[in-house]
Design a protein around this ligand. Structure first.
Ligand code: DGL
Length: 265
Protein backbone atom coordinates (compact mmCIF):
# COMPACT_ATOMS: atom_id res chain seq x y z
CA UNK A 1 0.00 0.00 0.00
CA UNK A 2 1.29 3.48 -0.87
CA UNK A 3 1.61 5.84 2.10
CA UNK A 4 2.76 9.09 0.50
CA UNK A 5 1.86 12.43 2.05
CA UNK A 6 2.73 16.06 1.33
CA UNK A 7 5.84 15.60 3.50
CA UNK A 8 7.03 12.53 1.62
CA UNK A 9 10.28 12.99 -0.30
CA UNK A 10 10.72 13.51 -4.01
CA UNK A 11 13.04 10.92 -5.58
CA UNK A 12 15.47 12.33 -8.11
CA UNK A 13 18.13 10.38 -9.97
CA UNK A 14 20.76 10.39 -12.68
CA UNK A 15 23.67 8.17 -13.65
CA UNK A 16 25.86 10.43 -11.53
CA UNK A 17 26.25 14.05 -10.51
CA UNK A 18 24.49 15.51 -13.59
CA UNK A 19 21.04 15.53 -12.01
CA UNK A 20 22.36 17.78 -9.23
CA UNK A 21 22.00 20.65 -11.72
CA UNK A 22 18.25 20.01 -11.53
CA UNK A 23 18.15 19.12 -7.81
CA UNK A 24 19.74 22.49 -6.97
CA UNK A 25 17.08 24.38 -8.91
CA UNK A 26 14.35 22.36 -7.14
CA UNK A 27 15.79 23.16 -3.69
CA UNK A 28 15.93 26.87 -4.56
CA UNK A 29 12.33 27.05 -5.72
CA UNK A 30 10.69 24.42 -3.55
CA UNK A 31 12.75 24.80 -0.36
CA UNK A 32 10.34 22.85 1.87
CA UNK A 33 10.45 19.70 -0.23
CA UNK A 34 12.43 16.71 1.06
CA UNK A 35 14.69 15.14 -1.57
CA UNK A 36 16.27 11.73 -2.02
CA UNK A 37 18.95 11.90 -4.72
CA UNK A 38 20.43 8.77 -6.31
CA UNK A 39 23.58 8.78 -8.45
CA UNK A 40 23.80 5.46 -10.27
CA UNK A 41 27.59 5.67 -10.44
CA UNK A 42 28.05 1.91 -10.80
CA UNK A 43 26.35 2.07 -14.21
CA UNK A 44 27.57 5.49 -15.40
CA UNK A 45 27.68 6.63 -18.08
CA UNK A 46 24.16 5.64 -19.17
CA UNK A 47 25.02 7.10 -22.57
CA UNK A 48 27.19 4.06 -23.32
CA UNK A 49 24.72 1.47 -21.94
CA UNK A 50 22.27 -0.71 -23.86
CA UNK A 51 18.54 0.05 -23.84
CA UNK A 52 17.92 -3.04 -21.67
CA UNK A 53 20.43 -1.91 -19.04
CA UNK A 54 19.04 1.63 -18.91
CA UNK A 55 15.47 0.32 -18.49
CA UNK A 56 16.53 -2.12 -15.81
CA UNK A 57 18.44 0.56 -13.84
CA UNK A 58 15.58 3.07 -14.11
CA UNK A 59 13.10 0.48 -12.81
CA UNK A 60 15.41 -0.59 -10.03
CA UNK A 61 15.95 2.94 -8.74
CA UNK A 62 12.29 3.94 -9.15
CA UNK A 63 11.17 0.93 -7.11
CA UNK A 64 13.69 1.81 -4.41
CA UNK A 65 12.11 5.29 -4.29
CA UNK A 66 8.69 3.67 -3.91
CA UNK A 67 9.94 1.64 -0.92
CA UNK A 68 11.00 5.01 0.59
CA UNK A 69 7.45 6.39 0.09
CA UNK A 70 8.49 8.98 -2.53
CA UNK A 71 5.50 11.03 -3.71
CA UNK A 72 7.03 11.91 -7.11
CA UNK A 73 10.08 10.96 -9.16
CA UNK A 74 12.26 13.27 -11.25
CA UNK A 75 14.24 11.43 -13.91
CA UNK A 76 17.04 14.02 -13.98
CA UNK A 77 18.71 12.43 -16.96
CA UNK A 78 17.93 12.95 -20.66
CA UNK A 79 19.29 9.51 -21.56
CA UNK A 80 17.08 7.72 -19.02
CA UNK A 81 14.06 9.85 -19.97
CA UNK A 82 14.15 9.20 -23.70
CA UNK A 83 14.96 5.51 -23.25
CA UNK A 84 12.85 4.47 -20.29
CA UNK A 85 10.28 6.97 -19.00
CA UNK A 86 7.28 5.68 -21.00
CA UNK A 87 7.53 2.17 -19.60
CA UNK A 88 8.14 3.56 -16.10
CA UNK A 89 5.00 5.73 -16.27
CA UNK A 90 3.05 2.64 -17.31
CA UNK A 91 4.04 0.92 -14.04
CA UNK A 92 3.63 3.66 -11.43
CA UNK A 93 0.82 5.98 -10.40
CA UNK A 94 2.86 8.78 -8.79
CA UNK A 95 3.93 11.79 -10.94
CA UNK A 96 7.08 11.08 -12.95
CA UNK A 97 8.81 14.12 -14.40
CA UNK A 98 11.46 13.68 -17.07
CA UNK A 99 13.97 15.90 -18.80
CA UNK A 100 14.32 16.18 -22.55
CA UNK A 101 16.66 18.33 -24.64
CA UNK A 102 15.07 21.80 -24.95
CA UNK A 103 14.82 21.80 -28.76
CA UNK A 104 11.48 23.64 -28.87
CA UNK A 105 12.56 26.85 -27.05
CA UNK A 106 15.94 26.85 -28.83
CA UNK A 107 14.19 26.80 -32.23
CA UNK A 108 11.82 29.56 -31.08
CA UNK A 109 14.70 31.80 -29.93
CA UNK A 110 17.01 31.12 -32.89
CA UNK A 111 17.00 34.07 -35.27
CA UNK A 112 18.98 32.27 -37.97
CA UNK A 113 17.26 28.87 -37.59
CA UNK A 114 20.44 26.98 -36.75
CA UNK A 115 20.52 25.06 -33.50
CA UNK A 116 23.15 22.69 -32.10
CA UNK A 117 22.30 19.95 -29.59
CA UNK A 118 24.85 18.21 -27.36
CA UNK A 119 23.70 14.78 -26.19
CA UNK A 120 25.00 11.38 -25.09
CA UNK A 121 25.29 8.60 -27.69
CA UNK A 122 22.29 6.72 -26.23
CA UNK A 123 20.16 9.85 -26.62
CA UNK A 124 21.42 10.64 -30.14
CA UNK A 125 20.32 7.23 -31.44
CA UNK A 126 17.00 7.09 -29.63
CA UNK A 127 13.78 7.16 -31.70
CA UNK A 128 11.91 9.24 -29.09
CA UNK A 129 14.67 11.88 -29.25
CA UNK A 130 14.65 11.85 -33.07
CA UNK A 131 10.87 12.38 -33.05
CA UNK A 132 11.34 15.28 -30.62
CA UNK A 133 13.79 16.86 -33.08
CA UNK A 134 11.36 16.35 -35.98
CA UNK A 135 8.38 17.61 -34.01
CA UNK A 136 10.02 20.90 -33.03
CA UNK A 137 12.47 21.74 -35.78
CA UNK A 138 9.98 23.72 -37.96
CA UNK A 139 12.19 25.50 -40.50
CA UNK A 140 15.34 25.25 -38.43
CA UNK A 141 18.37 23.09 -39.08
CA UNK A 142 19.21 20.99 -36.03
CA UNK A 143 22.76 19.70 -35.66
CA UNK A 144 23.02 16.85 -33.15
CA UNK A 145 26.43 16.22 -31.62
CA UNK A 146 26.97 13.09 -29.49
CA UNK A 147 29.64 13.66 -26.82
CA UNK A 148 31.28 10.33 -25.89
CA UNK A 149 33.76 10.74 -23.05
CA UNK A 150 32.38 14.02 -21.71
CA UNK A 151 30.23 12.59 -18.91
CA UNK A 152 33.20 10.49 -17.75
CA UNK A 153 35.38 13.61 -17.53
CA UNK A 154 32.79 15.31 -15.30
CA UNK A 155 32.18 12.17 -13.21
CA UNK A 156 35.91 11.87 -12.54
CA UNK A 157 36.30 15.52 -11.58
CA UNK A 158 38.24 16.52 -14.71
CA UNK A 159 35.79 19.19 -15.91
CA UNK A 160 38.34 21.99 -15.44
CA UNK A 161 41.23 20.11 -17.09
CA UNK A 162 42.99 20.95 -20.33
CA UNK A 163 41.90 17.52 -21.67
CA UNK A 164 38.24 18.39 -21.10
CA UNK A 165 38.68 21.76 -22.83
CA UNK A 166 40.30 20.00 -25.79
CA UNK A 167 37.50 17.44 -25.99
CA UNK A 168 34.89 20.22 -25.91
CA UNK A 169 36.74 22.17 -28.62
CA UNK A 170 36.75 19.06 -30.80
CA UNK A 171 33.02 18.38 -30.18
CA UNK A 172 31.93 21.98 -30.72
CA UNK A 173 33.94 22.86 -33.82
CA UNK A 174 31.57 21.07 -36.30
CA UNK A 175 28.63 22.99 -34.76
CA UNK A 176 30.48 26.30 -34.93
CA UNK A 177 31.32 25.57 -38.57
CA UNK A 178 27.55 25.33 -39.21
CA UNK A 179 27.06 28.81 -37.74
CA UNK A 180 24.60 27.93 -34.94
CA UNK A 181 23.26 30.69 -32.68
CA UNK A 182 21.71 28.42 -29.98
CA UNK A 183 23.17 25.37 -28.30
CA UNK A 184 20.99 22.95 -26.34
CA UNK A 185 22.69 21.18 -23.42
CA UNK A 186 20.90 17.83 -23.84
CA UNK A 187 22.48 16.06 -20.88
CA UNK A 188 22.19 17.16 -17.26
CA UNK A 189 25.96 16.81 -16.78
CA UNK A 190 26.77 19.46 -19.37
CA UNK A 191 25.77 22.57 -17.33
CA UNK A 192 28.83 21.70 -15.21
CA UNK A 193 31.04 22.58 -18.21
CA UNK A 194 28.98 25.55 -19.42
CA UNK A 195 31.74 28.06 -18.57
CA UNK A 196 34.19 26.11 -20.71
CA UNK A 197 31.60 25.80 -23.50
CA UNK A 198 30.94 29.57 -23.41
CA UNK A 199 34.67 30.24 -23.77
CA UNK A 200 34.75 28.11 -26.92
CA UNK A 201 31.50 29.18 -28.60
CA UNK A 202 31.72 32.87 -27.71
CA UNK A 203 29.00 35.42 -27.02
CA UNK A 204 27.01 34.87 -30.21
CA UNK A 205 25.85 31.40 -29.19
CA UNK A 206 23.25 31.12 -26.42
CA UNK A 207 23.20 28.00 -24.24
CA UNK A 208 19.79 26.46 -23.49
CA UNK A 209 19.38 24.43 -20.29
CA UNK A 210 16.46 22.55 -18.76
CA UNK A 211 16.64 22.79 -14.94
CA UNK A 212 14.03 25.59 -14.79
CA UNK A 213 11.36 23.98 -17.03
CA UNK A 214 11.75 20.66 -15.17
CA UNK A 215 11.29 22.44 -11.82
CA UNK A 216 8.24 24.29 -13.19
CA UNK A 217 6.71 21.02 -14.36
CA UNK A 218 7.41 19.35 -11.01
CA UNK A 219 5.73 22.24 -9.19
CA UNK A 220 2.75 22.08 -11.54
CA UNK A 221 2.31 18.34 -10.97
CA UNK A 222 2.70 18.56 -7.19
CA UNK A 223 0.00 21.23 -7.13
CA UNK A 224 -2.28 19.29 -9.47
CA UNK A 225 -1.97 16.17 -7.27
CA UNK A 226 -2.32 18.29 -4.10
CA UNK A 227 0.96 16.96 -2.72
CA UNK A 228 2.99 20.17 -2.57
CA UNK A 229 4.85 20.47 0.73
CA UNK A 230 3.46 23.67 2.24
CA UNK A 231 5.35 23.59 5.56
CA UNK A 232 7.66 26.48 6.46
CA UNK A 233 10.56 24.27 7.44
CA UNK A 234 13.61 23.65 5.28
CA UNK A 235 13.49 20.31 3.42
CA UNK A 236 15.96 17.50 4.14
CA UNK A 237 18.26 16.25 1.40
CA UNK A 238 19.76 12.77 1.36
CA UNK A 239 22.22 11.64 -1.31
CA UNK A 240 22.87 8.04 -2.32
CA UNK A 241 25.16 6.41 -4.85
CA UNK A 242 25.18 2.85 -6.18
CA UNK A 243 28.96 2.85 -5.71
CA UNK A 244 31.15 4.67 -3.18
CA UNK A 245 32.95 7.57 -4.84
CA UNK A 246 35.12 10.13 -3.04
CA UNK A 247 35.03 12.47 -6.05
CA UNK A 248 31.25 12.68 -5.77
CA UNK A 249 31.51 13.89 -2.15
CA UNK A 250 34.00 16.57 -3.19
CA UNK A 251 31.86 17.55 -6.16
CA UNK A 252 28.62 17.87 -4.24
CA UNK A 253 30.22 19.70 -1.29
CA UNK A 254 31.78 22.26 -3.64
CA UNK A 255 28.54 22.63 -5.59
CA UNK A 256 26.32 23.06 -2.50
CA UNK A 257 29.02 25.02 -0.61
CA UNK A 258 28.60 22.81 2.43
CA UNK A 259 30.04 19.45 3.50
CA UNK A 260 27.81 16.74 1.98
CA UNK A 261 28.18 13.02 1.61
CA UNK A 262 26.79 10.32 -0.68
CA UNK A 263 25.59 7.21 1.20
CA UNK A 264 26.06 3.90 -0.56
CA UNK A 265 22.78 2.32 -1.73
N1 DGL B 1 23.16 13.13 -17.15
C1 DGL B 1 22.65 12.19 -18.05
C2 DGL B 1 21.83 12.74 -19.18
O1 DGL B 1 21.22 13.78 -19.01
C3 DGL B 1 23.36 10.88 -18.21
C4 DGL B 1 24.63 10.93 -18.92
C5 DGL B 1 25.27 9.57 -18.95
O2 DGL B 1 25.29 8.89 -17.94
O3 DGL B 1 25.76 9.22 -20.03
O4 DGL B 1 21.74 12.17 -20.23
Amino acid sequence: MQTQSNNSPIGIFDSGVGGLSIAKCITEQLPSENLLYVADAKFAPYGDQSLETIISRVNNIAHWFITRQCKAIVVACNTATVNAIDQLRAQLTIPIIGVEPAIKPAVQYSTINKVGVLVTSATANNPRFLSLVNAHKNNAEIFVQPCPGLVNMIETGQQNSQECFQLLTQLLSPLLAKGIDHLVLGCTHYPFVSDQIKKIVGENVTLVETAQPVTDELMRQLKAHKILNTSNSQGQYLFYSSQPCRQHDQFISAFWRTQLHFNTL
